[in-house]
Design a protein around this ligand. Structure first.
Ligand code: DC
Length: 226
C-alpha cells in the first residue's frame, strides 16, 4: 500500500498558515487542505438559514441538510461547494470568521467534519492547516508545526491584507476580533487550539514569508526525505 505523507500546520487566526501552507504545497507537490474553509462553509450555511451559531439545537436540527464538497482548480485553489453551490468567495468575511469560530465549538459539527478531513489525507500527500490537525484530525502526521505570531502582528497583517484587496479594515477592530477568536478557539471544551507535545513551534512575529518557508522546509526536510 502506498504511503502518503501528511504535514499538520496549526495555529491561531492570522499567523500566516494558509499563505505558508499554500507555498509549501506547491513546492512539494502536496494537496493543500484549508480546514478553516470547511468550518466557514458550515457557518455560512447556517447563517443563510438564520440559525445563530450559538444555538446548539438549531445547529443540530439543520446540520444534516448540508452537504459539503471540495474540489481543486488547476491553480490548486480549494473550492468549497455548499449543497452544490460554490461559496469559496462568500465565506471570506469578518462576520463569517467569527461565526465559524462559534459554530466550530459544537460536537455535532466537529464530528461531521472529522472523517471528511481524514479521508482527504488517506489518499493524498497533504498539508492541512487548522486548529486541531496535529491533536485530533491527524495525530500521526509526519510533521506537526505550530505557527504563531503576536496578536498585534497578526492584526496588522490581516488589516493590510484586507486593505490591499480594496476592502474596509480597521486595525483596532481587527485586533479585537483576533483576540476574541483566540479566546474562543483555545477555550472550547472539544478539540481546542493547543500546541501538541510533538509539534515544532514557529513564531513568525519577526519573520517574513521567505524566512518562514525556509524554516518550515528545513523542519520538513529533517522529518521527511523530500
Ligand atoms: O482558519 P480560519 O480562520 O479560516 O478558521 C475559521 C474558524 O474555524 C476558526 O476560528 C476556528 C474554526 N476551525 C476549527 O475549529 N478547527 C479547524 N481545524 C479549523 C478551523
Amino acid at each position: 500500500m502506498a504511503k502518503y505523507y501528511s504535514i499538520a500546520i496549526d495555529g491561531p487566526a492570522g499567523a500566516g498558515k494558509s499563505t505558508i501552507a499554500k507555498r509549501l504545497a506547491r513546492e512539494l507537490g502536496y494537496y493543500y487542505v484549508d480546514t478553516g474553509a470547511i468550518y466557514r462553509t458550515v457557518a455560512y450555511f447556517l447563517d443563510l438559514l438564520g440559525v445563530s451559531p450559538k444555538d446548539v439545537d438549531g445547529v443540530e436540527r439543520y446540520i444534516d441538510e448540508l452537504t459539503i464538497d471540495i474540489w481543486y482548480d488547476e491553480e490548486g485553489l480549494q473550492h468549497m461547494i455548499m449543497n452544490g453551490m460554490d461559496v469559496t468567495g462568500e465565506i471570506r468575511t469578518q462576520d463569517i470568521s467569527q461565526k465559524a469560530s462559534l459554530v466550530s465549538a459544537h460536537a455535532c459539527v466537529r464530528e461531521m467534519l472529522l472523517d471528511m478531513q481524514r479521508d482527504l489525507a488517506k489518499e493524498n500527500n497533504v498539508i492541512m492547516d487548522g486548529r486541531d490537525i496535529g491533536s485530533v484530525v491527524l495525530p500521526k502526521a509526519d510533521v506537526k508545526i505550530f505557527l504563531t505570531a503576536s496578536p498585534e502582528v497578526r492584526a496588522k497583517r490581516r488589516t493590510d491584507e484586507l486593505l490591499e484587496k480594496g476592502q474596509k479594515a480597521n486595525y483596532e477592530q481587527t485586533l479585537k476580533d483576533i483576540k476574541q477568536r483566540d479566546y474562543q478557539d483555545t477555550h472550547r471544551p472539544i478539540a481546542p487550539l493547543k500546541m501538541c507535545r510533538d509539534s515544532v513551534k514557529v513564531d513568525t512575529s519577526e519573520m517574513d514569508i521567505e524566512q518562514v518557508v525556509a524554516e518550515i522546509k528545513a523542519i520538513v526536510g529533517k522529518k521527511i526525505c523530500v
